[in-house]
Design a protein. Sequence first.
Length: 56
Amino acid sequence: MGFAVDESGQDLIEYALLLAFVCIASAAMFIGAGASMKNIWQVADTNLSQAASAVS
């Protein structure tokens, strides 16, 4: 009966869940940012290739 009233570990579980949420959210953000960065690098590469062709 004392186990149901004791809340000493509740904050630890809440912090662990919050940390898990932050980790999952940041992983999703990095995956999305990776696709954007790939697109940016491809556009930059194309522009640099065209500029090098125009100069030569």
